[in-house]
Design a protein around this ligand. Structure first.
Ligand SMILES: Cc1cc2nc3c(=O)[nH]c(=O)nc-3n(C[C@H](O)[C@H](O)[C@H](O)COP(=O)(O)OP(=O)(O)OC[C@H]3O[C@@H](n4cnc5c(N)ncnc54)[C@H](O)[C@@H]3O)c2cc1C
Length: 478
């Protein structure tokens, strides 16, 4: 082992290889704390060549490796199964080019999402995908998870914004897919790498599309008696032919957590739910859209609709939304952020059922979600130290996913499969589907050394028959 660490250290320079137990402790999990595994070492390369060298050393020692951005993932995707070495790209933070004429930027994978838009603002441009974690998460992680965010409704997910990328394959060779123009010949391998959760190789460079900053933005905060009424307003807005940039719902218990936290934004605490609606585009088109949205909200039963008076009020609304998960840290020591998608018209009935599942298991459940996309985030606040609570959290999570799939949905919208949902893949894919995907992965990663154990099920059968196979080995099962 010491020879592996020595070789890694010499390939990435002083301070670039962490291996002491206290250093490895913070790499045991990502933002989903239910899964954990200790890496053999964590390396912090600064360039593509250092990544290649690390990959070659791991291969020579027959040790698997896991690409990592900043570890904000919520599906256990960046954790070190099988004693893997973590290859963290957080020192690869250069923005190599911003091209305003052709509207693209070339970046290294460790660039923080929000820093990219900050750097492009002076050119009148921005990078559209804005996960709520954008102050912390990295572009490489966004690519691997096909990250979404509040503005996905109008702008799409990461896959709609990646023009080209460079990948170090598990055999340490380098490939480049796509082109700066966005036109590419042959198979769409950029599309295949985006969302592949680090199982095809390590992304070392990304060319992203930049959008021009809209001429005008209007942000509204509408309060409703309950979540179901807010969902009906969402349906009404879309049915009217409008495409807002964002339609985000925050429920009553999330409002309470936010208002008790540093993210407090003056949200109405007596509301059952608030809906943030953002409209953007040509200045001339917005007043009419604003009026229609206000009418639809009123018809759906909104108690109040406020329009942000200026940019600072707009930022206040968004601080509440984007700080919501952080604010939930006040409710209990642990938070399980679920992620599933249902057809928009099924939101009211699915939310009712999800609340019933929470009640049946006696759990504290709150909802803050990308309503315009039907992308739900039921959040369970709990204390993992109580084995019975943990058991109920896991059971409720399974029921939530099954309910979403029954409604015609899928098991993840933006957080990925990772370790967390690999044994739920059977809910949406047949064995033949899974085999095709496995064979595709094997073209890039034939020995499974790059991010082992992710995405693909560890059991062929329903997880209930073998819950320990999902890695919850700290839970006692009957
Ligand atoms: C408070 C909070 C809010 C969030 N809100 C959103 C949201 O609105 N939308 C959303 O989509 N997600 C959200 N997330 C989840 C998370 O931030 C995203 O999945 C993000 O894209 C992960 O980026 P990361 O740099 O932290 O990646 P990590 O967690 O480090 O890694 C995630 C996956 O990417 C792979 N990976 C990382 N870097 C590379 C690379 N260079 N090459 C190949 N594979 C790589 C890893 O192996 C892993 O499988 C949120 C998380 C938190 C904690």
């Amino acid at each position: 082992m010491s020879s592996l660490v020595d070789e890694l250290e010499s390939s990435v320079g002083p301070g670039g290889c962490l291996h002491r137990p206290e250093e490895l402790l913070v790499y045991e999990c990502d933002a989903l704390t239910l899964h954990s595994a200790t890496p053999t070492a964590v390396v912090l390369p600064r360039s593509r060549e250092e990544v290649r060298s690390v990959v070659s050393i791991c291969r020579a020692h027959a040790v698997p490796f896991v690409p990592r951005g900043t570890g904000t993932g919520l599906s256990g995707g960046a954790i070190a199964n099988d004693g893997a070495v973590i290859v963290e790209c957080s020192r690869m933070t250069r923005i190599l080019e911003i091209n305003a004429e052709d509207r693209y930027a070339i970046v290294e994978p460790g660039v923080i999402n929000a820093d990219l838009s900050k750097a492009t603002f002076e050119h009148g441009l921005f990078y559209a995908p804005d996960p709520s974690s954008q102050l912390a998460c990295a572009i490489g992680g966004n690519v691997a998870e096909n990250a979404g965010g509040p503005h996905t409704l109008k702008y799409g997910t990461t896959t709609n914004h990646v023009l080209a990328l460079e990948l170090v394959l598990p055999d340490a060779s380098v490939v480049q897919f796509g082109s700066r123009s966005g036109f590419a010949t042959g198979y769409d391998l950029v599309g295949a790498v985006v969302g592949s959760e680090g199982t095809l190789g390590i992304v070392t460079q990304v060319t992203v599309r930049l959008k021009s900053i809209p001429e005008r933005v209007e942000t509204l905060l509408a309060s409703f008696p309950d979540v179901v009424t807010a969902c009906r307003a969402v349906g009404g807005i879309i049915e009217a032919g409008l495409t807002p940039a964002a339609l985000e719902i925050i429920d009553r218990s999330t409002i309470a957590a936010v208002e008790a936290s540093v993210y407090a934004a003056g949200l109405p605490e007596d509301a059952g739910a608030v809906l943030i609606i953002e409209l953007d585009g040509a200045a001339v088109s917005l007043p009419r859209q604003l009026e229609r949205v206000e009418q639809i909200c009123a018809r759906a039963g909104a108690a109040q609709v406020d329009v942000a008076a200026d940019e600072s009020e707009r930022q206040r609304f968004w601080r509440a939304r984007k700080g919501a998960f952080g604010a939930m840290g006040r409710l209990a020591p642990d938070l399980y952020v679920h992620d599933a998608v249902v057809p928009r018209n099924k939101l009211p009935e699915v939310l009712d059922e999800i609340c019933a599942i929470g009640d049946r298991h006696g759990l504290t459940l709150s909802n803050v979600f990308h309503a315009g996309d039907g992308n739900l985030h039921p959040n369970i606040s709990f204390d993992r130290r109580d084995p019975d609570t943990l058991r109920r959290v896991i059971a409720a999570g399974s029921e939530i996913l099954e309910c979403c799939v029954r409604a015609g949905g899928v098991i993840t919208g933006e957080h990925g499969v990772g370790n967390e949902k690999r044994d739920f893949m059977h809910l949406v894919f047949s064995e033949a589907d899974m085999d095709a995907m496995r064979r595709f992965r094997d073209c890039f990663n034939p020995e499974g050394v790059c991010n082992p154990g992710k995405i693909f099920p560890t059991t062929r059968f329903c997880v209930e028959s073998n819950p320990k196979a999902r890695g919850y080995d700290r839970v006692e099962f009957d």
